[in-house]
Design a protein around this ligand. Structure first.
Ligand SMILES: *Cc1c(COP(=O)(O)O)cnc(C)c1O
Length: 394
């Protein structure tokens, strides 16, 4: 048996006719950019995430970058985020001209730890109540914003984070690249931030066959800025208010995504059921003392949107050898992420050292994403879990 970590083809086969005719309709219309498909998807996502506006862009990385520009982030500013995320989260901060400041994650959900955030502020910052600015004592930089990342499909503790950001006048950009549709305390991911960003990269829960991204916000002012910024800062056309970039979501991708969006909630529920079966299998194979599951007991989750399982990530001992063992048995896995951002060569200039973020560093050595997609069948899952069991009994 062969089990890939992700299977895009099975899903395509199940909606092939609809996808093909959506693509054909775009080609027949001759309108391949700035058409109705993009507008429709923007509308859909604004409503789905409880926002007023949405702006389609070329990818999820641009979405973060543009959202930061809308907040007026520039040189002399700093933006906080986690060191355990996809590179783009921090890369976009630097592209906006600012300095990233990292705060460690929680061991249970791999997300920003609100307590660590408060501790960082208490130890390293001054709050100027006249200017309403949080200042990094060491650099004198104004910490203007924070990017909480909802990793693997589970949201950060946004109530606690928002309490802190309100206290210190920090703007919030939610990185929802992995969390479309997920909820925290009944509220959608993307509904907490001043702006929130999504990615339609093929592997995401709502992915196209190429690149795409979106920014959502309820602020008319931010929405307007993003719209102008994504087309070189021009408004009206050929008259440039400021220097933006070219970052378009194409009609073809929007048409594909409009088809796929109809199935999104069903696919999210299918993913939950796959996760549910994993829990049962790991119990049946007596593996719970060998590894940690993404949630302690999935049976306690009443609202299935609390974890949309973008990835099913287990915490294991001897990760690299387990991964090779599974590869030998034709089982695909991935490590998101094998090296924390503060340990990357390109961020040496930030001056962090090993040991600064122990939970993130531990996670980078122990996490393993095993096969997860809505169409994953029970027999394939049993094969995966049996091979994991074999590894630990040998
Ligand atoms: C995928 C991803 C991005 C970037 O999205 P792209 O569309 O690939 O540019 C940003 N942040 C996180 C957490 C992601 O997983």
């Amino acid at each position: 048996m062969k089990v890939p970590q992700l299977d895009l083809v099975t899903q395509y086969q199940s909606i092939k006719e609809e996808i093909n005719s959506a693509i054909e309709a775009v080609l027949e219309s001759g309108i391949v950019i700035n058409g109705d498909n993009v507008k429709k998807l923007e509308n859909t996502l604004a409503i789905y995430t409880d926002n007023k506006y949405a702006i389609g862009v070329a990818n999820g990385s641009d979405a973060i970058y543009i959202a930061l520009k809308a907040l007026g982030i520039s040189r002399k500013d700093a933006v906080m985020t986690v060191p355990f995320t996809f590179f783009a989260t921090a890369g976009s901060i630097v592209h906006a001209g600012a300095t990233p400041i990292f705060v460690d994650i929680e061991p249970q959900n791999y997300n920003l730890n609100p307590q660590k955030l408060q501790e960082f502020i208490d130890t390293n910052c001054n709050f100027n109540s006249k200017t309403n600015q949080l200042i990094d004592k060491k650099t004198g930089q104004h910490i203007k914003a924070i990017i909480p990342v909802h990793l693997y499909g589970q949201m950060c503790k946004m109530d606690e984070i928002i309490k802190i950001t309100l206290k210190y006048n920090l703007k919030v950009v939610e990185d929802c690249a992995q969390s479309i549709g997920s909820e925290y305390q009944g509220k959608k991911s993307g509904s907490y931030g001043d702006l929130s960003t999504f990615s339609f990269f093929p592997t995401k829960n709502l992915g196209t066959y190429g690149d795409g991204g979106m920014i959502v916000t309820s602020s008319n002012e931010y929405a307007e800025y993003c719209r102008i910024f994504r087309s070189h800062g021009s408004s009206p056309k050929y008259y440039h208010k400021f220097i933006g970039i070219n970052s378009r979501l194409d009609e073809l991708h929007a048409a594909i995504l409009n088809v796929k969006f109809k199935y999104l909630d069903k696919w999210l529920e299918d993913r939950f059921q796959v996760a549910y079966r994993y829990q049962q299998l790991f119990e049946r194979y007596n593996l719970l003392d060998k590894l940690r599951l993404p949630v302690k007991d999935i049976r306690n989750i009443k609202n299935h949107k609390e974890h949309i399982f973008h990835q099913y990530v287990i915490w294991v001992e001897d990760r690299d050898n387990l991964q090779s063992h599974l590869k030998e048995n034709s089982i695909g896995t991935n490590t998101y992420y094998p090296l924390c951002l503060h340990q990357q060569e390109c961020f040496e200039y930030l001056g962090y050292k090993e040991g600064d973020f122990p939970i993130s560093e531990e996670a980078s050595k122990h996490v393993l994403a095993i096969p997860m997609y809505p169409e994953l069948t029970e027999d394939k899952q049993e094969y995966v879990v049996s091979k994991i069991a074999k590894f630990y009994t040998n």
